[in-house]
Design a protein around this ligand. Structure first.
Ligand code: CU
Length: 174
């Protein structure tokens, strides 16, 4: 039953995918502003992350509104690697969920399949997009229900040996 629900969630997600090209131009426009939305971490974080990790910018963090009883939600965001070293997203967690996994999604003979990923690498100058119909954060076992306009706190493991990066996903109905 759980799996069926996952497919439904992902099915809805795919419908929204055609925004693709439009979305990337939005992200370009947002990238500089986006770092400032990472409360208190923008310039300070970038400078302290030099060397091993960074600089980078996280933009458009959101989650699709789901029924209150949904066993999983999906989280989306974009990470732009603005540095000269590869950046690796090693995992994520949230105080509001039992666990968070990195997932890929692909079509296999007309069936959508999700697969757990151990990590995702972002080449220098590249952008990792977690978006509907593609790689995403799987938010498993919500500890409360979320309404449109709520935010979901997430911590991303982006830099080995550094504190996790805090991001808030905005819950949206679209
Ligand atoms: Cu998933």
């Amino acid at each position: 039953m759980k799996y069926l629900w996952l497919l439904l969630v992902m099915g809805q997600a795919t419908v929204a995918a055609p925004q693709g090209s439009g979305a990337s131009s939005t992200l370009l426009a947002q990238s500089s502003g986006a770092s400032s939305t990472l409360q208190g971490q923008s310039s300070g974080a970038s400078s302290s992350l030099q060397g091993q990790c960074g600089p980078f910018a996280v933009s458009s963090p959101w989650s699709r509104l789901a029924p209150p009883t949904a066993p999983v939600l999906a989280g989306y965001l974009t990470i732009a690697n603005q540095g000269e070293q590869p950046l690796v997203l090693r995992g994520a967690r949230s105080a509001a969920f039992e666990r968070v996994e990195l997932h890929s999604m692909s079509m296999d003979g007309g069936v959508m399949r999700m697969r757990k990923l151990e990590q995702l690498s972002i080449a220098p100058g590249a952008r990792l997009k977690l978006e509907p119909g593609a790689n995403h954060l799987m938010l498993i076992g919500p500890k409360r229900a979320f309404a449109a306009g709520d935010t979901i706190p997430i911590e991303l493991e982006l830099c080995a040996g550094k504190p996790a990066l805090r991001v808030e996903l905005e819950v949206r109905a679209d």
